[in-house]
Design a protein around this ligand. Structure first.
Ligand SMILES: [Zn+2]
Length: 174
């Protein structure tokens, strides 16, 4: 059996349960039953507005966010679900940095909880760069159910990796 790379670090019982559901072809139905609908933030204008809304609500004291984008070049490997970066720009003789968040394009057609998980994660990185205790505290402040959302997102990634797109077919046009 293929190792479930996205679930590395989770309890053996969880990994076994997901493997079993994958092997018996039940994982897709389980995901669709729990998360039947996709979020409405298909274009980047809507995505940016939504990210700003979350940021204003939960992280008032945080650096400005210049851009939020879906990035088709981001492959969900090595846990790079999303990235945040500071882009340096030269204005005359002054160098300034602006914060950007890029998330893997597969999140364009995904349930709200999975988009929230990745946005909350990347927003938290505006304040905390490491995956330490304070980082996860901030994630849970924005999304109390963060841990479950991350696990379920990883289950979806496992499904996508082994079987294929789950939400592409009936999600409608972008
Ligand atoms: Zn991170």
């Amino acid at each position: 059996m293929k190792p479930l790379a996205y679930l590395t670090g989770y309890a053996p019982e969880i990994i076994e349960e997901v493997s079993d559901m994958l092997a018996s072809d039940e994982l897709g139905a389980w995901l669709l039953a729990k998360y039947p609908q996709c979020h409405p933030y298909r274009n980047e204008k809507a995505l940016y507005a939504y990210a700003q809304e979350l940021k204003t609500r939960y992280m008032r004291q945080s650096p400005a966010l210049a851009k939020v984008a879906y990035d088709p070049r981001l492959h969900v490997l090595h846990n790079a679900l999303g990235i945040h970066r500071k882009v340096s720009q030269v204005h005359g003789n002054r160098l300034s940095a602006r914060n950007e968040i890029r998330i893997a394009a597969m999140f364009r057609k995904a349930p709200q909880a999975f988009l929230d998980m990745i946005l909350v994660h990347e927003l938290a990185h505006l304040k905390v760069s490491e995956h330490d205790r304070s980082f996860y505290q901030l994630c849970r402040h924005m999304a109390p159910d963060y841990d479950q959302m991350e696990l379920d997102t990883r289950v979806w990634l496992t499904y996508t990796d082994s079987v294929g797109d789950l939400y592409e077919a009936d999600a409608g046009p972008a």
